[in-house]
Design a binder for this molecule. Structure first.
Ligand SMILES: Cc1cc2nc3c(=O)[nH]c(=O)nc-3n(C[C@H](O)[C@H](O)[C@H](O)COP(=O)(O)OP(=O)(O)OC[C@H]3O[C@@H](n4cnc5c(N)ncnc54)[C@H](O)[C@@H]3O)c2cc1C
Length: 417
């Protein structure tokens, strides 16, 4: 069924009894043309665009838990296109354009809110770096403005501007950045894929990858063997474990990333604010909670929960930047397992096994990538060729040394700056 104002009115007046489930709950078939492993944002968007853009509908998404139970439902929902380097900048620009039309595309309210994002800087050197990044962003068509301290103060009067260690000098502002409701994005893509015939199979863990004569032939799962000539590995923090089933060792480390939300407050923060030097960033959710996070817990782990020292660090940074937060109570904290590549940029490629594809390395920034990742991964799986905006994100860059060293560009140890 389609969502519309009229439908909501009709359902509201009839007790909401006419809503139908958003997707079917099919049993796995013995064979598909393609299988996507992982029912997170990237797996679901890949399935959606395989069906929509390439007419491949005999496909399944296999998810070991429930759809959206991984990082796609655990992130802090920030969407932006402020990368600097060739490869990344085109990709995230493409993604932001898809975000801007996503609600109409999916007929689903993903609560996309382009409320603007401030990346603060705290020294002359950082201002130079921000100006350079801003110029690069603008030169390839995205929005960026360099603001001085007083211009920032007009928008964000509540910040502590005179902290001795990190006084605020200004910010690189992206007016088109913002937030979107994370699990709605997963649900919207799931519903759209299901409507096009994709089987979304939950509680179905992949336990083995079948390879014969250098070609993938299918997967083993907790719900039996399933054959397919094309298999996409799209499992974020579990990428190394899954690839190992096919005898591959990926250049990926898995780390926990934590986030926090306070009790609901009246609207007080209208934008996204990032405090890179303090490893802290924040926005306010539509329910009123201040949603904030920090950096990785700096040890490799598959535990979906974080440690206390990182919590303390993030709280301290929040107090330093925004002393008023001390009056709010933290309601919840949680963690997700991040897939960090050595250069901090993602990997989307064929593997040496015919028909086996890999999509990983999103780390703390893969939510904003969900639309373009699905678009490009679908292109790769359907045509066998990388999409032009993801063409630099091949596995062989770690052999040649031609990494894409964007953002902090220090792999999993950017705490060492
Ligand atoms: C706290 C936190 C804050 C973040 N904040 C932001 C942000 O503000 N902006 C941003 O852009 N990004 C952010 N991210 C990063 C972003 O959430 C991730 O990069 C992105 O969601 C990863 O892709 P995914 O959605 O496909 O992953 P997931 O949702 O984790 O999907 C992978 C799926 O694979 C499944 N799976 C694993 N192994 C198997 C198996 N063997 N068989 C079957 N299924 C399997 C898992 O159960 C999981 O559902 C954040 C992440 C976290 C944790």
């Amino acid at each position: 069924m389609r969502f519309s104002a009229l439908e909501i009115l009709k359902q509201g007046l009839t007790g909401g009894k006419g809503w139908t489930p958003h997707w079917r709950d099919p049993a796995p078939k013995p064979q598909y043309d393609a299988i996507i492993i992982g029912g997170g944002g990237h797996g679901l968007s890949t399935a959606y665009y395989l069906a929509k853009n390439h007419g491949m509908t005999n496909i399944a998404v296999l998810e070991k838990g429930y759809l959206g139970g991984g990082n796609v439902g655990r992130n802090t929902t920030i969407v932006r296109a402020n990368y600097m380097l060739d490869g990344n900048s085109q990709f995230y620009s493409h993604s932001l354009k898809l975000w801007e039309g996503l609600e109409q595309e999916l007929n689903y309210n993903v609560m996309m809110s382009q409320r603007g994002m401030f990346n603060l800087f705290h020294s002359d050197g950082q201002r130079d770096a921000a100006a350079r990044r801003g110029n690069m962003i603008r030169s390839q068509g995205d929005a960026a403005e360099l603001l001085d301290r007083e211009q920032v103060r007009k928008h964000l009067p509540y910040l502590n501007y005179d902290n001795i260690r990190f006084p605020i000098y200004g910010a690189l502002y992206q007016p088109t950045a913002g937030t979107a409701r994370h699990d709605a994005v997963a649900w919207g893509y799931a519903r759209g894929a299901d409507q096009r015939g994709v089987d979304l199979i939950q509680n179905c863990e992949v336990t083995g990858i079948d390879v014969e004569n250098g070609k993938v032939t299918g997967v083993q799962t907790t719900r039996g063997a399933i054959k397919a000539a094309k298999v996409g590995m799209v499992v974020a923090g579990r990428s190394s474990q899954l690839a190992e089933m096919a005898g591959m060792r990926l250049p990926i480390e898995s780390h926990v990333l934590q986030a926090f939300v306070t009790e609901g407050l009246k609207p007080c923060i209208d934008h996204v604010v990032t405090f890179g030097m303090g490893h802290m960033y924040m926005s306010q959710s539509d329910k009123g909670g201040l949603v904030f996070g920090g950096d990785l817990d700096y040890y490799a782990s598959y535990a979906q929960r974080g440690n206390l020292p990182t919590k303390e660090h993030v709280m301290e940074a929040a107090m330093c930047l925004l002393p008023m937060i001390g009056k709010a109570r933290v309601l919840r904290s949680w963690g997700g397992i991040m897939d960090m590549s050595p250069d901090g940029s993602f990997i989307m490629d064929k593997t040496h096994i015919d028909g086996l594809f890999v999509n990983t390395g999103w780390c703390y920034g893969g939510f904003k990538a969900v639309p373009a990742s699905g678009w490009c991964m679908a292109h790769l799986m359907a045509t066998g060729q990388p999409h032009e905006v993801a063409a630099r994100h091949r596995l062989d860059r770690f052999e040649t040394g031609r990494g894409i060293l964007d953002e902090e560009a220090t792999g999993s140890q950017h705490n060492l700056h």
